[in-house]
Design a protein around this ligand. Structure first.
Ligand code: NOJ
Length: 523
């Protein structure tokens, strides 16, 4: 286990939209450096920065053209080095976003691999050598690219501008020579090239990576076994050479990803986790729906992960609607009371701490489509462009929220009742009490089914006993008062509350839409 993860609290930054220091209408690395104090003051001590490498930006940078070079619009490699250094001085770790499953069509590897004549990159992508032979029904291949060169059809990992890198197939079909095994020299060479990239940034001071589409490495890998092996080897190398570095997967199935060696995995808006039941669709935290599917899934994956890895529930991310889309300000406070008191490392998407809005029906920018509405500039204050940039408003990467009452950092900092201060206080408590740390265990007392509240006990570190005081968390998102029977537990101090909450000998009374954290008395 990597010790610093015990208390890590992440802040995700979409670099295009965080803070622009050179007035070109787009955020940059120097902008992140300038705002490190803001992040530290909020209480976050780790960053995940979306891809900031050279790219044609057909998919906002998830289509990399040079993995080892910062895109000029964000700055230089020297700026990245300075960012690592300055962040470390403030106790903040920095994860970059690594996209190992595909490159952009502009990457030199792909350009060389299109050549008919065999060269060092011929096997870096998956080519059928026949323009009419495609990949229908093959797991982890989303489509194909054909007609662009003599070599025929190339497998695609996401958009057609993102050809899939070749790490091999789980069960290669002997009649299809382009299906190679993960041990084939071409597949090994691709893996080595990706490891070199990891080493490049880690040696410069980067603290690890969020791994894009981590489940997608090996093709036709029905049960994920070969992909699990793939990552286990990377993890062994990291443990040997960069033991402090961490990897978090975009996999969304912790029962597989933690076994694969990831330190952390997300629960996501797609996949089996029922994440949407919390904050979206029929959000539990808006007093609708229930958690009858989420909680059993959560318990199952937590049991499998045990002490080996963290299950992370993000507030939102750059691919889904912001958490504020379906929740009122009060409901957001309850949702954060949950997010910041659950095990796993918290991940706060920039701007969620002030309730930035999802902007409906924005025209798509850089392949964002409906995701574009979650990617608008951070709103710092009430000056030009909400303090994001000095560029002309029409030159911004995306428009800022046009509503007069748009939420902003400066206003919320000066209002003690704001969402910003609520989130900050919840993070502070999470740090103060060991039982709220990332690896400490959770036991559900009421599990949010049948209109019930969500009540759980946090204690010690899972699998180990320590002397930390236990914390009882109770959240009542319904509109009605709820009485929570305590059955053998005795509350001590009320350390956090949102709304009216009172504790008696054997029960807690909570008004509608309220939340509380109590220390628990041990007799
Ligand atoms: C997942 C990323 O989060 C998303 O933004 C991107 O479009 C796809 N992977 C493809 O890389």
């Amino acid at each position: 286990m990597c010790e610093w993860l015990e208390q890590a609290c992440f802040y995700e930054i979409y670099p295009q939209s965080f803070y622009d220091t050179d007035g070109d209408g787009i955020g940059d690395l120097n902008g992140i450096i300038e705002k490190l104090d803001y992040i530290a003051r909020l209480g976050c001590n780790a960053l995940w920065i979306n891809p900031c490498f050279v790219s044609p930006f057909y998919d906002a940078g998830y289509d990399v053209a040079d993995y080892c070079k910062i895109a000029p619009r964000y700055g230089t490699n020297e700026d990245a080095r300075r960012l690592f250094k300055k962040a470390h001085e403030k106790g903040i770790r920095v994860l970059f976003d690594l996209v190992p499953g595909h490159t952009s069509i502009d990457h030199e590897w792909f350009i060389r691999s299109m050549e008919k004549k065999k060269n060092e990159y011929s096997g870096r992508y998956i080519w059928t050598e026949n323009p009419w032979e495609h990949f229908a029904g093959m797991k982890n291949i989303t489509g194909y690219l054909n007609g662009i060169c003599e070599r025929g059809t190339c497998a695609v990992n996401f958009y057609t501008t993102q050809p899939a890198l070749n790490y091999g197939f789980a069960e290669p079909d002997p009649d299809k020579p382009w299906q190679i095994s993960p041990e084939h020299p071409d597949a090994r060479a691709t893996k080595e090239a990706m490891w070199d990239i990891m080493e490049f940034w880690l040696s410069m001071g980067c603290d690890g990576f969020r791994i894009d589409m981590a489940h997608s490495m090996i093709k036709n890998d029905e049960d994920g076994k070969e992909t699990i092996k793939f990552w286990q080897e990377i993890r062994r190398r990291l443990d040997t050479k960069f033991p402090e570095a961490v990897i978090i997967s975009e996999w969304g199935e912790p029962d597989r990803s933690i076994e694969a060696g990831f330190h952390m995995d997300f629960l996501l808006h797609f996949g089996p986790s029922h994440y949407n039941d919390l904050f979206r669709d029929h959000p539990y935290f808006a007093g609708k729906g229930d958690l009858s599917e989420f909680i059993p899934y959560y318990k199952m994956v937590s049991k499998k992960a045990g002490d080996r890895g963290l299950i992370c529930i993000p507030s939102s991310n750059h691919d889904m609607a912001r958490i504020s889309r379906h929740l009122s300000e009060r409901e957001l406070k309850l949702a954060f009371a949950f997010l910041l008191s659950m095990p796993g490392a918290p991940f706060i998407y920039y701007g969620d701490e002030i309730g930035m809005r999802y902007m409906e029906e924005l025209p798509s920018v850089e392949g964002g489509y409906e995701r574009t509405g979650s990617r608008t500039p951070m709103q710092w204050d009430r000056t030009l462009n909400a303090g994001f940039s000095s560029a002309r408003t029409q030159d911004l990467y995306l428009p800022v929220d046009p509503e007069e009452d748009y939420p902003d950092v400066a206003t919320q900092m000066s209002d003690p009742d704001s969402l910003y201060h609520t989130v900050k206080e919840q993070i502070r408590l999470r740090k103060e009490y060991k039982s709220l740390h990332n690896y400490a265990s959770v036991t559900f007392i009421q599990d949010g089914t049948d209109g019930k509240s969500l009540v759980y006990l946090r204690e010690g570190r899972s699998g180990r006993k320590d002397d930390s005081v236990k914390i009882l968390v109770a959240i009542n998102p319904s509109k009605e008062e709820r009485i929570i029977p305590l059955e053998g537990l005795r509350t001590d101090q009320l350390i956090y509350q949102c709304g009216q909450v009172s504790a008696g000998q054997d029960r807690i009374e909570m008004e509608g839409e309220s939340a509380a954290y109590f220390t628990v008395r041990e007799d």
